[in-house]
Design a protein around this ligand. Structure first.
Ligand SMILES: [Zn+2]
Length: 246
């Protein structure tokens, strides 16, 4: 088809016609006292109430529906850095919480970049709690993809090595005052197991909380994240899946 065939030349003729008519319509509105105004049709009111009810129902369902967690365990391929990037000889997995009800990698990246003046998000991984990030979603950040040092352990000289050699994992949520969702815990266990299985310098005993970093005065990752239990579950996961137990 050529371009000549596509658009019929009607616009020009119509606008000329409209310009030529120049008619004006005067609408007269008689003022009716409010109490004499006819009531709206009952049917319309019923439809409006039903429509509002349906909208509220849809909203409540969308907000409260449980997000179906994936039954598939985490696989290395879904978190592996590019093949050309050698795995850094990490020595610790340092667990953090965001100490907030919500958040995701992008929000934290923005905070760390603009409020703290760092070169972006300080963690290597962020684990979602289902508010701003799907429940149990594990997101590797640029630091993990580049196998680059973190900025999560602390600024004191004795804490530096936990940034250079510690994989920083941030679980979204405030675990000072809320329990860990079982699915989030499962995903954290799977992540730690994969990291240990693929990093000879890591071991179950090297899973620590931020509060375990020397000189760090913090409750992070919150009392609901029980590090002893986490290490037990990771060892169990490594054994169960035939991975390297160390
Ligand atoms: Zn922390």
């Amino acid at each position: 088809m050529t371009s000549n065939e596509s658009a019929p030349p009607t616009g020009e003729a119509n606008s000329t016609h409209e310009r030529g008519t120049g008619r004006q319509t005067t609408l007269r509105l008689a003022a009716i006292p409010a109490e004499q105004a006819p009531p709206p049709e009952r049917g319309i009111r019923v439809i409006a109430v039903i429509a509002v009810g349906v909208m509220i129902g849809v909203l409540v369902w969308a907000v409260s529906r449980p997000i179906k967690p994936s039954a598939e365990p985490l696989v290395w391929d879904s978190i592996a850095p590019p093949q050309s990037t050698a795995i850094h000889p990490w020595r610790w997995i340092v667990i953090h919480h965001s100490a907030s009800r919500r958040g995701n990698a992008q929000i934290i990246d923005h905070e760390h970049l603009n409020q703290r003046g760092w070169d972006g998000i300080g963690y290597h991984f962020v684990l979602g709690n289902g508010v701003d990030m799907p429940l149990g979603r594990i997101e590797g950040t640029f630091r993990w993809r580049l196998q680059q040092h973190g900025a999560h352990a602390g600024a004191l000289p004795q804490q530096k090595i936990y940034n250079t050699d510690g994989v920083g994992v941030c679980v979204i949520g405030n675990y000072d005052n809320e329990p860990v969702d079982p699915y989030v815990e499962r995903r954290l266990v799977e992540l730690c197991a994969q990291l240990i299985d693929h990093t000879p310098t890591l071991s179950v005993g090297r899973i620590i909380g931020h509060k375990d970093v020397p000189g760090k005065i913090t409750a992070c990752p919150g009392q609901a994240i029980d590090l002893e239990r986490l290490r037990y579950l990771v060892r169990e996961e490594l054994q169960r899946r035939g991975m390297t137990v160390r």
